[in-house]
Design a protein around this ligand. Sequence first.
Ligand SMILES: C[C@@](CO)(OP(=O)(O)O)[C@H](O)COP(=O)(O)OP(=O)(O)OC[C@H]1O[C@@H](n2ccc(N)nc2=O)[C@H](O)[C@@H]1O
Ligand SMILES: Nc1ncnc2c1ncn2[C@@H]1O[C@H](COP(=O)(O)OP(=O)(O)O)[C@@H](O)[C@H]1O
Length: 294
Amino acid sequence: MSSMLVEGGAGVLAEDAPAKINLHLHVTGRRPDGYHLLDSLVVFAGAADRVTAAPGEGLTLALEGPEAGGLAAEPDNLVLRAARLLAEAAGRDLPGVALRLEKRLPVASGIGGGSADAAAALRLLDRFWGLGLGEARLRELALRLGADVPVCLASRPALMQGIGEVLAPAPALPGFGLVLANPRVAVATPGVFRARQGGFSSPAALPEGWTDAAGLAAGLLALRNDLEPPAITLCPPVAEVLAALRALPGALMARMSGSGATCFALFPDAEAAAQAAGMLPADWWRWGGAAHHG
Ligand SMILES: C[C@@](CO)(OP(=O)(O)O)[C@H](O)COP(=O)(O)OP(=O)(O)OC[C@H]1O[C@@H](n2ccc(N)nc2=O)[C@H](O)[C@@H]1O
Ligand SMILES: Nc1ncnc2c1ncn2[C@@H]1O[C@H](COP(=O)(O)OP(=O)(O)O)[C@@H](O)[C@H]1O
């Protein structure tokens, strides 16, 4: 999804940065450089950050929104890194830009908020500066910002392999609802990969598609997130979140996303999900609504 909006003032552009959900995540191998090979069906939720660009002096970034506090001590925000990388790739002087990040997704939580912000910044500035670099070039730049950034560039359901750079269209998906919940504990991705024990998994054998949410849930239950056991060891509240999600009325299945600690539950529709999210503990970050089909 890339909603390019002209907001108010002249030349002010905005892009949403939707949360990424790994419906399954199999760790299938490890590269000599230590990065892990993955097999993951990725979808996007209506929950999103938002990046805005306006004419300005030099390159600046203002942080706002309910989760901005999680980035206060961040020395090099991914939005600025994306902007610098794009400017370098353009190879010429570019007009100044005042960027704003409205942070709604919890930081370091397995739903790729930082990756989504970086991808949104690439899309936004490619247009703002009129570069027209094209999808292939943007994808190459995206990978240099993080393994999860290429999939976030299109923000459409995808089957993700390699370390995140091999993308294929997802099987046909039915409409469904999602609840997301995070116990407000940040989990660092490298530590979870390091704590993983045992061998490697096979890639999932996926059908051409599913016709309803119950079928999708049944299919997903035969798969797993290989990072869930090590994340629970490092962050025991993840187990509590999973139990709470599974106990919600109408929940079809629940699992952790990415390297955690955010977990998701699948629902037959967005309304059931939105209603169920309100039943979770108020001190957790929680969201319920539609999966975004791009
Ligand atoms: C685990 C996943 C699954 O979608 O999601 P998150 O938990 O981040 O949301 C991603 O692969 C995370 O991608 P991303 O967060 O962009 O990772 P990067 O910044 O590139 O890498 C952070 C660190 O994670 C480990 N890493 C990451 C990706 C990968 N395929 N293998 C790895 O081993 C490496 O230790 C790396 O140094
Ligand atoms: N705009 C940003 N939003 C979130 N995290 C950021 C951002 N810029 C830099 N980071 C750094 O990237 C790390 C990973 O963030 P995030 O993508 O939210 O987590 P995850 O990869 O677990 O889903 C954070 O710990 C933070 O230090």
